[in-house]
Design a protein around this ligand. Structure first.
Ligand code: MV4
Length: 523
């Protein structure tokens, strides 16, 4: 097994890789930028090296600096994590040239599966179902118009080098196509170094279902079942779960088998996720492949018992996967909420700053993946992911209950977060019934973004609490602190004197809208 691995990433995934390495007896080398000096991946790695300024191009994206540190520290391999260089075929090639093992796939397969048109052609070749659209690039407007007429508007004009929502345009008619085609080519060339475009029929309100794949260097390819990731906002996944409420055994067999065949066809090794879209009629279509470990991998680990990061490292070392497909079962149900530092009052703009306090939920059936702590400064330079909160249950209902309780206990102060959004989401009747899709957030804004009383203001919350507890209307002053209101909600108050009377007009209003504010299920 490797003796030393360089972790070319930061945050929770860097910690995750470091833990996996420790379990395998591998020494770890961390790299960090000038703003990450006090980060936990620096603290817990065996060695840590300052690599450059906060700007990713000066640090976590700087291939030659990373290779230099790798060679100087005698690290035999590099784990890229997700994001940054995780899917960068050129980085994988440079590692190969330097005799360094890239803990990910081979450069050729990264190119092949990472190219969306290529991936579509391969999926079609192995007999999988692809979204109706062009199998070849549309090089000229005339070709695009002809293709779009065949498909039928609305269509999506997609960049073959894009993904994750980047390089995708909705085209409602021929005039729009003519207006945007050339600029779309230029933008694709600028953004992805590849101007190739293709067309797909736009599926309306699709659900996003993806299959986890493990593939070794000896031809063994297995799947670890599917995940549903339809709860997204601006192409940012927020909640993922496994199994998907809309995948039955027959569909599972088909999409997992197609995913395995595609990975074999691409001669891809290491981990990979094959994405599908399910249309409103219930048909599944291949969308694209993600050639990296994904943020949401822990929920698959919770239902299969497989440590995917350790499998990655063992596969990269050349070991055969020692898991048998027929022995793998999907046990129970797992769900992940991605807690981001973002401000709902400012259209969810990133909320950087220092974390004042942090109270993680406790109790069984939870898993927390995080690299933040009280006093940690959330940097505006990087992804605003603070914590991945994962719960497991024997079934979806139990998992949701555990997530609901965990979110109630969870408290972060110092930065704004999307915890209030999740508290509403796990009470939403349609969510509870599994009736979600990729437009779910857009279509349920009022119920998902309403504020609870204890998220309005500690003062009002405390005044309400006083009134609910005592029913008294006298002119009273009293201390507030952390008080438990009659509806079981924790109301955080600052230690100060307030005059409850000042708020009785508010209380009267709140009492009238009591059902809305008192934690009843929202729908
Ligand atoms: C689509 C689509 C509908 N029809 N393609 C978004 C990002 C990238 N993964 C591809 N995406 C989509 N492609 C066709 N032909 C809808 C989306 C889409 C989406 C897909 C999955 C999860 C969330 C999404 C949010 C918006 C749009």
């Amino acid at each position: 097994m490797f003796k030393k691995v360089l972790v070319a990433n930061r945050g929770e995934i860097a910690l995750r890789v470091i833990r996996a390495c420790k379990e395998l007896g591998i020494k770890t080398v961390a790299i960090y930028s000038t703003v990450d000096l006090n980060s936990l991946h620096v603290k817990f790695a065996d060695e840590a090296y300052l690599i450059g300024e906060a700007k990713p191009s000066e640090s976590y994206l700087n291939i030659e600096k990373i290779i230099k540190v790798c060679k100087e520290t005698g690290s035999e391999a590099i784990h890229p994590g997700y994001g940054f260089l995780a899917e960068n075929a050129f980085f994988a090639k440079r590692c190969e040239e330097e005799g360094i093992t890239f803990i990910g796939s081979n450069p050729e397969a990264l190119e092949k599966l990472g190219d969306k048109i290529n991936a579509r052609q391969m999926m079609e070749k192995i007999g999988g179902s692809i979204i109706p659209g062009s199998l070849k690039p549309v090089k000229e407007l005339s070709e695009a118009v002809e293709e779009a007429d065949k498909i039928g508007y609305p269509v999506l004009l997609k960049a073959s080098g894009g993904g994750g929502g980047r390089g995708m345009r909705l085209i409602k008619n021929k005039r729009e196509l003519a207006n945007v085609f050339e600029s779309a080519k230029m933008e694709a060339l600028k953004a992805f170094g590849n101007s190739t475009l293709y067309l797909e029929k736009k599926l309306s309100r699709p659900r996003h279902v993806e299959v986890q794949i493990l593939s070794d260097k000896h031809g063994n390819v297995i799947h670890l079942f599917e995940r549903e990731c339809s709860i997204q906002r601006r192409h940012q996944k927020l909640l993922e779960e496994t199994p998907s409420p809309v995948v039955d055994d027959e569909v599972r067999r088909k999409i997992c088998s197609d995913a395995v065949k595609l990975v074999k066809e691409a001669n891809y090794d290491n981990v990979c996720t094959i994405e599908f879209l399910r249309d409103e009629e219930g048909s599944f279509y291949f969308l694209e492949a993600n050639t990296r470990i994904q943020v949401e991998h822990p929920i698959t680990e919770m239902v299969t018992g497989v440590d995917i990061v350790k499998e990655q490292i063992k596969i990269a070392y050349g070991e055969e996967i020692n898991l048998k497909q027929e022995k793998l079962i999907l046990n129970g149900h797992a769900m992940e909420c991605r807690i981001y530092a973002e401000d709902p009052e400012r259209d969810f703009a990133p909320s950087s700053g220092k974390i004042e306090s942090l109270r993680f939920p406790c109790g069984g059936w939870l898993r927390i993946e995080s690299a933040v702590y009280p006093g940690f400064t959330v940097s505006p330079f990087y992804d605003a992911l603070l914590v991945k909160l994962i719960t497991w249950g024997r079934n979806r209902e139990e998992t949701i209950k555990r997530m609901r309780n965990a979110l109630e206990e969870f408290e972060i102060t110092g930065v704004k977060t999307n915890i209030p959004f999740f508290r509403n989401l796990v009470r939403n009747k349609k969510f509870i019934k599994g009736e979600t899709h990729t437009q779910f957030i857009n279509e349920n804004k009022s119920s998902l973004f309403k504020k609870r009383i204890d998220e309005c203001s500690p003062l009002i919350a405390a005044a309400l609490n006083y009134h609910l507890r005592t029913g008294r209307k006298t002119k009273t002053e009293y201390l507030i602190g952390e008080t438990k209101a009659s509806n079981g909600w924790l109301i955080q108050g600052r230690r100060e004197l307030i005059n409850a009377n000042q708020h009785f007009s508010v209380i009267k209003w709140l009492r009238n809208s009591k059902s809305q504010w008192m934690g009843k299920s929202s729908g």
